[in-house]
Design a protein around this ligand. Sequence first.
Ligand code: TXA
Ligand code: MG
Length: 319
Amino acid sequence: MAGIRIADVKSIQEAARIIRDGGLVSFPTETVYGLGADAGNPLAVARIFEAKARPRIDPLIVHVADADSARRYGNIPEIAQPLIEKFWPGPLTLVVEKTALVPPIVTAGLETVAIRMPSHPAALALIRTAGCGIAAPSANPFGYVSPTTAQHVAEQLGDKADMILDGGSCEVGVESTILSLADSPPRILRAGGVPIEELSETLGSIRVSLEIPERPQVPGQLRRHYATRTRLEILDLEAENIREGERTGLLALTPPEDPGKYAAVEVLSRSGSLREAAANLFSALRRLDARSLDRIIARPVPERDLGIAIMDRLRRCSA
Ligand code: TXA
Ligand code: MG
């Protein structure tokens, strides 16, 4: 089992060596923990798919430490410039035409590649020290809730990663927003850490398709995903129908009026902050999932700002 190592200069150097030698490192980002390999090494990338039991048709994101490296992996169009200036480093992934440097296994054979520059200092240091782009999905078994702490990774993929770098709890807590610049007009493929409102503000008059697709646009955008093993339903208080003897868990933005009705309650943000709620979402889901409940009831949250990504994850969890 790979040990958890606090992300410091020494462990990051060792992790970078593992990446260069074709190994797998789980590392913190501001969104969720990733399971990374050298993006230019197809054998190493193949190990990611094995470790996660992830179908080979689901493409990976290449993580870079600066915009110039992004250009080595993708043909970055003009309209990306204001987005890169405003949101990199940060939770925005851009899908662009790929270059020959990207092996087909990374993109699942697509002619496009997803690229992002994470803002977590340990992620940036790892990428810089390794000296290559790092292909990484979220470090969870395929389909399950993404990890937001090093412990989450150790519990589920501990024996699969050669090292787990611990950089604390992820600040954003939901995955990056994915914007395809290979579509015309540009199209949102996944709601995430950069609110759609901020994206459209930056793009100004550039037309973007802001509807998050219900049906998969690319292999890998599955309806059921980010899922707890316990059945989850999105219900408001009026629609709630707890049966006699049923052990129900509640996931709610703010404290419920009658907490005694539930076998377990997870409040995402006492103050009702959607950002704080996003940061707590996956940990709260995991805790509820560990309580042997019959069902989890999730209260809908307002669909604005980070609430859009939260509702997207809850819907996929409940599908
Ligand atoms: O925040 C994040 O994005 C995290 C951290 C680790 O960076 N990563 C992450 O990766 O969420 P993953 O593999 O769990 O989700 C990446 C998704 C894929 O499922 C796929 O839908 C989309 O990105 N994707 C990747 N390459 C693509 C491409 N060429 N075209 C369209 N979508 C793509
Ligand atoms: Mg994932």
